[in-house]
Design a protein around this ligand. Structure first.
Ligand code: PLZ
Length: 452
């Protein structure tokens, strides 16, 4: 079976018809063929959210080999903020592809890596002197941020939070909170990782940010000790853990404590970064200035790139040759990042994320008023979610969540679930989606709730 007979009209970018269109059941016959081959060829541990064979994507849709056009409310897990096959990205990467594909920046440098570092230094919170280093995946960048913080502080312990997600490599699995499917059986994990309670307004009895931070800090002091602690790492809004927005003041209190105790504050903005929340970085909503910011996902329009950006004194403390990797800051990924950053700016996508957020929250809150199974509606910008519960007890309802997601998928809307309890439906559309498609997609989710 060939999957590449995509007509020019669905080759991505603006040419792709922006509509939900079901011409077969999902999965259709060609998608089923791919799923059968997949089962024979791909390791069973690699999951599938929607069993389709993608042939094109752009704007706010994903098109499969059977001709179905699916509304994309997931952006490949918060990656394609600028849209899939964004024309600026396609053009920049194509030009780079024709010039050179790889030299290894640490062997023979090139302009685009430096330009991405300059952009990151300028765009991340704080006007202090900064440096950046580029890597491939979010997990790899998190590993490097911790490595740099340990080297700088000459301390070893690291604190991560309840509901945290930081990746699937050994150290980042250890930093990640949720056991199944991320950790179970895959240990032992790296030592000197401590966990602290998170501000989770829907489930912590509504503690204020200051109260939740005082509790977390007390636990950190008792169980790790500032004198042993190299870094605190936290997502400004917990992503995989359930789109948890901490109470106002929680993050600033942690930053303040870190400053007073020579602990490096690392913001993991892998999922929240690059316009997703209606600001370049989610840290801005709380006015915090992290020592180090980890970015990936939305940085490069779908090409693999990640970064650690932060205080020059911390970043420059690693010995020459101490940071690197064969592909980190690959020229194609850097070209994509520069084009993506231009698109966020020139195409007004950050404002667009704010508008998408207003629309999402308004519609989701309206749904909640009519449906007590929606326990909470939360998020910022184009990163919003509903938490589904048993209305009597408030207990998480993962079964309902799976049913609603399955209904959406069968009806041509790709939504993702998340949460420690598997009971959160999250909305992460590309910032290039139209209001019409977004509203239609939400309508299908609402229909799924009614049907369940
Ligand atoms: N930090 C905050 O959200 C990746 C992972 C999905 P990588 N989140 C999606 C999955 O099932 O693997 C993520 C994140 C935060 C780090 C990471 C890790 O980024 O690029 O997947 O390594």
């Amino acid at each position: 079976m060939t999957l590449v007979d995509t007509p020019a009209a669905v080759a991505g970018g603006p040419a792709l018809a922006q509509e939900r269109r079901l011409v077969t059941a999902i999965p259709g016959p060609r998608s089923q063929e791919l799923m059968a081959r997949r089962a024979e060829a791909v390791a069973a541990g690699v999951g599938t959210t929607i069993p389709i064979a993608v042939v094109a994507a752009g704007g706010g849709v994903i098109v499969d080999a059977d001709g179905n056009s699916i509304i994309d409310l997931g952006s490949g897990i918060a990656v394609t903020g600028v849209g899939n096959a964004n024309p600026r990205v396609v053009e920049a990467v194509t030009a780079q592809l024709n010039a050179f594909t790889h030299t290894c920046f640490t062997i023979a440098p090139y302009d685009s890596y430096v330009a991405v570092a300059e952009k990151l230094n300028a765009l991340t919170p704080g006007d202090h002197v900064k440096r950046s280093a580029l890597f491939n995946s979010g997990a790899e960048a998190v590993e490097n941020a911790v490595k740099i913080a340990r080297n700088f502080t000459k301390k070893q312990a690291v604190v991560a939070f309840d509901h945290a997600y930081h990746g699937r490599t050994n150290l980042t699995m250890g930093l990640t909170a949720k056991n199944i499917p991320y950790k179970s059986g895959f240990g032992p994990f790296a030592p000197e990782v401590y966990r602290a309670p998170l501000s989770y307004p829907f489930r912590d009895g509504g503690l204020s940010g200051a109260e939740a931070a005082a509790g977390a800090i007390s636990q950190i002091e008792k169980q790790a000790g500032a004198e042993n602690l190299a870094a605190i790492i936290i997502e400004p809004i917990q992503g995989e853990g359930g789109f948890i927005v901490p109470a106002q003041g929680f993050l600033p209190a942690l930053v303040e404590w870190c400053r007073a105790n020579d602990v490096v504050f690392i913001a993991d903005e892998v999922q929240t970064g690059f316009g997703r929340t209606g600001a370049w970085f989610a840290s801005e909503h709380e006015g915090i200035v992290p020592d180090l910011v980890v970015t990936a996902k939305g940085i490069a329009g779908g090409l693999p790139l990640s970064a650690v950006t932060g205080r020059a004194d911390i970043m420059d403390s690693a010995m020459a040759g101490g940071l690197g990797g064969t592909y980190g800051g690959n020229p194609l990924a850097c070209a994509a990042a520069l084009a993506s950053i231009e698109s966020y700016d020139a195409d007004g996508l950050i404002e667009r994320a704010g508008r998408i957020g207003a629309l999402l929250l308004e519609r989701l809150n309206a749904l909640r008023t009519a449906d007590a199974r929606i326990g909470d509606v939360r998020g910022r910008g184009a990163m919003a979610a509903i938490e589904l519960v048993d209305p009597e007890t408030g207990a998480p309802d993962a079964a309902l969540t799976s049913k609603v997601a399955a209904h959406a998928h069968a009806n041509g809307v790709l939504v993702l679930t998340c949460g420690t309890y598997g009971n959160v439906i999250r909305f992460l559309p590309p910032l290039t989606i139209s209001d019409e498609l977004l509203i239609e997609g939400l309508g299908v989710v609402a229909e799924g709730l009614r049907a369940a």
